[in-house]
Design a protein around this ligand. Structure first.
Ligand SMILES: Nc1ncnc2c1ncn2[C@@H]1O[C@H](COP(=O)(O)OP(=O)(O)OP(=O)(O)O)[C@@H](O)[C@H]1O
Ligand SMILES: [Mg+2]
Length: 279
């Protein structure tokens, strides 16, 4: 089956792209854990200037990163790291040189990732600069993350127009941070964008709490309203690929686990290997 590369973009910054990529990626991986031995989901931090994904997951010390890969100093396979619940992560570096990085090698990087993943989720930088275009151009589908306010919707419309110019489909929009005090209603946003609304994610204090702890809200507070919305989005992508998932009675559909648990697991595996070799 063909790999799906989704770019999560916005015009305006701070709408919730990184939050969406991380929670969608982790929730997808947690779904894999229920049905398969290994998740084939890779999240890429293409916001090379800010590099928030590594920070959000406690992977800021990883080296090489996408920076070294784009600079031709490392192979992308060496820049794929384990994230929570079995998701893989290609982080960006936190050095200040991020903003000067060329995206010339980016299409090739994504081509390599297509060989090892079913889903590649790209966290795009905000705005319309040259480096914003590369993640749009490699995508099979683009998700726009908007907030229910006019400025965010107008900026998202610019990205939609650009994506159409590159003949890249915008699959739909995720309206994030919807609350009682929203400037625009969900219906108004839908009408203005003229796009399918893939998910409405409410304003949720649990998202901020989780981000302070540097963990995804889907695993930290799986029953919070925002986590439920991200899990619904993950389920629909998973079902698009693998068909309907059945909710096992009394069992959790999503199997989340922390990075340390994974490390523990691989440590045990390593020990086992050692014993097998010695016996
Ligand atoms: N549904 C939500 N409820 C409450 N807070 C949220 C929600 N979604 C995102 N946030 C908070 O909003 C802030 C911005 O989110 P995030 O970093 O994901 O945006 P971004 O689009 O990636 O920003 P940038 O354009 O700077 O990369 C974060 O502090 C995050 O915790
Ligand atoms: Mg971000």
């Amino acid at each position: 089956m063909k790999t799906k590369v989704y770019t999560i973009a916005s015009g305006k910054g701070g709408t919730g792209k990184t939050t969406t990529v991380i929670n969608l990626g982790v929730a997808l991986a947690a779904l894999y854990s229920r049905y398969f031995e290994r998740a084939k989901v890779i999240m890429v931090d293409a916001d090379v200037g800010m590099a928030n994904m590594g920070l959000a997951l406690g992977l800021e010390e990883c080296l090489p990163t996408l920076h070294e890969v784009l600079a031709g100093k490392a192979n992308v396979k060496g820049a794929i790291y384990d994230g929570p619940s079995g998701v893989k992560v290609v982080p960006s570096g936190i050095s200040l040189q991020g903003s000067q990085i060329s995206f010339k090698r980016f299409p090739d990087v994504v081509k390599q990732l297509r060989k090892v993943a079913d889903f590649v989720l790209i966290d795009a930088p905000p705005g319309m600069s040259k480096e914003c275009m590369a993640p749009l151009r490699v995508a099979d589908g683009i998700f726009l993350v908007v907030n229910p306010d006019l400025a965010s919707v107008v900026d998202a419309l610019k990205i939609k127009t650009l994506a159409e110019r590159y003949d890249r489909g915008v699959e739909g929009a995720i309206i994030n941070r919807v609350g009682n005090r929203s400037e625009l209603s969900v219906e108004k946003v839908e009408e203005l964008l003229d796009l399918d609304i893939l998910q409405v994610v409410p304003e949720d204090s649990k998202v901020r709490k989780a981000s302070m702890l540097r963990v995804p809200v889907v695993s930290d507070a799986p029953n919070s309203p925002a986590a439920k919305a991200f899990k619904r989005l993950a389920t629909s992508l998973f079902e698009e690929r693998f068909g309907n998932v059945e909710t096992p009675s009394g069992l959790q559909l999503f199997q989340f686990f922390k990075l340390e648990q994974l490390e523990e697991k691989s440590f045990v595996e390593k020990l086992k290997d050692l014993f097998v070799r010695r016996s």
